[in-house]
Design a protein around this ligand. Structure first.
Ligand SMILES: [Zn+2]
Length: 266
């Protein structure tokens, strides 16, 4: 893997002024090939991305630690994994070895069972089991909720929300024997009723799939994330951190630099 170009690298460093930031991963696949699924990242690329963040001076935190006393710490970055795929195992071990915490958002009825939601690509994929989730929690990783059945929550009737949201927390707490306080909306699907159901269920923080600095909306139950894609190179990865956008093309970089220069001249 080639390193990032110098401009992209310095953007990833400069953006520490506008954190905290949350990264969203799903599947992590072995081998060097670029995975076919947009939401799978090759393991080697994942490691390069983590090393780049560390070199750029980002401080790693769990999602639920972003809103406490560290909220003002703009160098904070949380790594999140949605769904709980078993292929995340090497990523967990690599993070544990480096002493880096991360957060996994798990579909509670699919723990240790093949993915069962109707998402053509991943149906049948193996998921992390209860024993592994417990080990991860003991190793300092955070396990959060991702609903019981991976539903589009904004499309559900209101009377089904407590079962999907609170029920998920109860099932995970039963597995982990510790409090579960963070949540991620499956498919990024939420509305006011869903946010209130998440709050009523006892979660303190929740992640959307909108891009930008985590606390851009000032609401810990609507935290933004940056999506990492299968095709991201180390340079495009560095640029998305630098610009706080999922798509950080060179055109966007030049707009960003021009805007920064204009602000400084005023
Ligand atoms: Zn999901």
């Amino acid at each position: 893997m080639f390193g990032p170009d110098p401009l992209s690298r310095s953007l990833a460093k400069a953006s520490r002024r506008i954190g905290p930031v949350i990264l969203m991963y799903h599947s992590i696949q072995g081998g060097r090939a670029v995975p076919k699924w947009l939401w799978s990242v090759a393991f080697n690329r994942f490691l390069d991305q983590i090393d780049l963040l560390r070199d750029a001076g980002w401080q790693f935190r769990r999602v639920s630690d972003l809103t406490g006393e560290d909220a003002s710490d703009r160098c904070s970055l949380a790594i999140t994994f949605d769904d709980g795929y078993r292929d995340n195992d090497p990523a967990f071990l690599a993070l544990e070895r480096r002493g880096i915490p991360a957060t996994w958002f798990v579909v509670s009825t699919n723990v240790g069972r093949p993915a069962a939601w109707s998402d053509d690509t991943t149906t049948g994929w193996p998921m992390l089991d209860a024993g592994r989730l417990r080990e991860m929690a003991q190793a300092g990783m955070e396990i959060g909720g991702h609903s019981r059945h991976h539903c589009r929550l904004a499309e559900l009737p209101a009377d089904r929300l407590p079962d999907e949201i609170r029920g998920c927390r109860l099932e995970l707490e039963e597995i982990l024997d510790r409090p579960v306080t963070s949540f991620a909306y499956p498919y990024g699907s939420y509305n006011q009723a869903v946010v209130e159901a998440v709050r009523d269920a006892g979660y303190r923080v929740a992640c959307t799939t909108q891009y930008g600095p985590a606390l851009a909306d000032g609401d810990p139950l609507r935290m933004r994330r940056l999506a990492v894609y299968s095709h991201d190179t180390l340079s495009s990865f560095a640029r998305k951190i630098g610009l706080m956008r999922n798509e950080a093309t060179w055109g966007r970089v030049f707009e960003h630099l021009a805007a920064t220069m204009l602000t400084q001249r005023r």
